[in-house]
Design a protein around this ligand. Structure first.
Ligand SMILES: Nc1ncnc2c1ncn2[C@@H]1O[C@H](COP(=O)(O)OP(=O)(O)OP(=O)(O)O)[C@@H](O)[C@H]1O
Ligand SMILES: [Mg+2]
Length: 212
C-alpha cells in the first residue's frame, strides 16, 4: 500500500461520527478489519487512496451482496477512514429508507442547512441499502444520485439488488437510466456470501449475556 495509507490516521471523536451520521452499531468499523476477502479489502483500500489523491473525480462505489455480508460496515469504514485522513473531509451516511419529504426539508444538525442541500453537497455520500425503500424514496434516490453524479460528487451505494435486472425491476421507469449511471460512476465491489449478522452477532450477544 502507498505511503499515504501508512501514515497515522487522526483519531475520530464522537462529534466526527455524529457529523458523518454513522449509526452507533458501526462506530467501531475499520478498514483494517473489514471483510476477510483480500480482493474486496484491496478494492476498498485502493478506492480510499484514489480519493485521498484526488484521482477519478466523482467516482463512487457500488457495494453489493447478500444480506448481512458486511456492506454497511464496509461503507462506514471508508467514510471513517477518509474523515480521519483528510482534514475537513465532509461525508454523510444516509439510510435510504429514511428519505421522507419531511426529512429532506428538515435542517441538518441545527446548521441552517437543509438535509437535501447537505446530501447533494457533501464530498462523499453513502446511500445505504437501496432496494429496501418505497416509491417516494426511490424517486428521490435517483434524483440525488443524478445530481451528485453530474456534479462529479462521490457516492457509495450499498444494496442487496445483485443483478442489473433486479435493479431495473426495483426502480421501474428510472431503472435502466439509473443502473447505467451507477455503472458509469461507480466501481463495483461484490461482497462474498458469508452471513456475518447471525454468526458474529450471536457470538457477541452470548458473550455479553454470559458475562452479565
Ligand atoms: N468486518 C467486520 N467485523 C466485525 N463485525 C462486522 C464486520 N462486518 C460486519 N460486521 C457486523 O455484522 C453485521 C452485518 O453487517 P452489515 O450490517 O454491514 O451487513 P450488510 O451486508 O449491510 O447487511 P444488509 O444487507 O442487511 O444491510 C453487523 O452487525 C456488523 O456490525
Ligand atoms: Mg446494510
Amino acid at each position: 500500500m502507498g505511503i499515504l495509507m501508512d501514515r497515522q490516521d487522526r483519531h475520530l471523536t464522537v462529534d466526527d461520527l455524529e457529523m458523518l451520521c454513522i449509526p452507533k452499531r458501526y462506530y467501531m468499523a475499520t478498514l483494517d478489519n473489514v471483510t476477510k476477502s483480500k480482493d474486496v479489502k484491496e478494492k476498498l483500500r485502493s478506492y480510499v487512496e484514489s480519493v485521498v489523491n484526488g484521482r477519478a473525480a466523482g467516482a463512487g462505489l457500488l457495494i453489493r451482496g447478500e444480506t448481512s455480508t458486511g456492506k454497511t460496515y464496509a461503507a462506514c469504514s471508508v467514510l471513517k477512514r477518509l474523515r480521519a485522513y483528510v482534514t475537513g473531509f465532509s461525508g454523510l451516511f444516509l439510510d435510504s429508507t429514511m428519505i421522507s419529504e419531511d426529512f429532506l426539508r428538515a435542517e441538518f444538525m441545527g446548521e441552517g442547512v437543509r438535509n437535501m442541500e447537505r446530501i447533494v453537497d457533501v464530498e462523499l455520500l453513502v446511500l445505504d441499502d437501496i432496494g429496501s425503500e418505497k416509491k417516494f424514496e426511490q424517486e428521490r434516490i435517483f434524483e440525488i444520485f443524478k445530481q451528485r453524479c453530474n456534479n462529479l460528487k462521490r457516492t457509495i451505494i450499498t444494496t442487496n439488488l445483485l443483478k442489473e435486472d433486479d435493479f431495473i425491476k426495483h426502480f421501474g421507469i428510472y431503472g435502466k437510466k439509473f443502473y447505467d449511471m451507477v455503472s458509469g460512476c461507480c466501481l463495483t465491489v461484490e461482497f462474498p456470501d458469508t452471513n456475518l449478522r447471525t454468526s458474529l452477532e450471536a457470538d457477541r450477544l452470548e458473550k455479553e449475556i454470559i458475562q452479565g
